[in-house]
Design a protein around this ligand. Structure first.
Ligand code: HEM
Length: 158
C-alpha cells in the first residue's frame, strides 16, 4: 500500500516537472494563456504529490540507503529535502503575484502592461527566477532518490 502511494507520489512530481518545463517554453514563445494552464497543472500535480507524500509519512513507511557512497547520497537527500520545503513558499509567491496581476489586468492576459498589473508581473518574474530552478532540482533529485532506493534501499518501517 505505502509502496504504491510512493510510486504515485514520484510519478506526480515528475509530471509536475514536465508541466513546469512546458510552461517555461510556452511563456518563452509568448503564449501566456497556455503558460498559465501549464503552471496551474504543474501546481496541481505538486499539490497531489504533497498529499501522497504526507500520507506515506503518516503510514510510517521508510527506506534506508545501504548502497555505496552513503555520504554523497545524504548530500543529495538533504539538499532535496531543504529545497522541497523552500519550493512551497516560492511557488505560492509566484502564483500569488500572477493571480493579483491577472486581476489587476481585468482578467485579460493581453493587459499585463497596464500600470496596475505591471508591478505584480515584475514581481512574478523576479520570484520565478528562483522557483523554476528549485522546482526542477526537487523533481529531478526526487526521481533519482527513488531510483537509488529501488536499487539500494532497505525497508526499515513498513
Ligand atoms: C508557480 C507557477 C508559475 C511559474 C513557476 C511561472 C514561471 C514563469 C516564468 C519562468 C516566466 C518568464 C519570466 C521571464 O521572462 O523572466 C513567467 C512569466 C509570466 N507568467 Fe508565469 N509562472 C507561474 C504561474 C503563472 C500563472 C498562474 C500565470 C497567470 C495568471 C502566469 C502568468 C505569467 C505572465 C503573464 C508572464 C509574462 C510576464 C511578463 O512578460 O512580464 N504565470 N512565469
Amino acid at each position: 500500500m505505502a509502496e504504491t502511494i510512493n510510486q504515485w507520489a514520484v510519478f506526480t512530481i515528475v509530471l509536475s516537472g514536465l508541466a513546469l518545463m512546458a510552461g517555461v517554453f510556452l511563456i518563452r514563445g509568448g503564449n501566456r494563456e497556455a503558460h498559465m494552464k501549464a503552471m496551474l497543472l504543474a501546481s496541481g500535480l505538486a499539490t497531489i504529490f504533497l498529499v501522497l507524500y504526507l500520507t506515506r509519512l503518516g503510514l510510517g513507511y521508510e527506506k534506508k540507503y545501504i548502497g555505496p557512497n552513503r555520504s554523497a547520497y545524504l548530500v543529495l537527500l538533504i539538499s532535496h529535502i531543504i529545497l522541497a520545503a523552500a519550493n512551497l513558499p516560492l511557488a505560492l509567491l509566484a502564483l500569488w503575484n500572477a493571480w493579483k496581476g491577472l486581476k489587476a489586468a481585468g482578467g485579460n492576459l493581453r493587459n499585463i502592461d497596464l500600470p496596475a498589473a505591471r508591478g505584480y508581473f515584475n514581481r512574478h518574474r523576479a520570484w520565478v527566477r528562483w522557483t523554476v530552478p528549485v522546482w526542477l532540482y526537487v523533481a529531478v533529485t526526487g526521481w533519482i532518490i527513488y531510483l537509488l532506493l529501488g536499487r539500494y534501499g532497505e525497508v526499515i518501517k513498513a
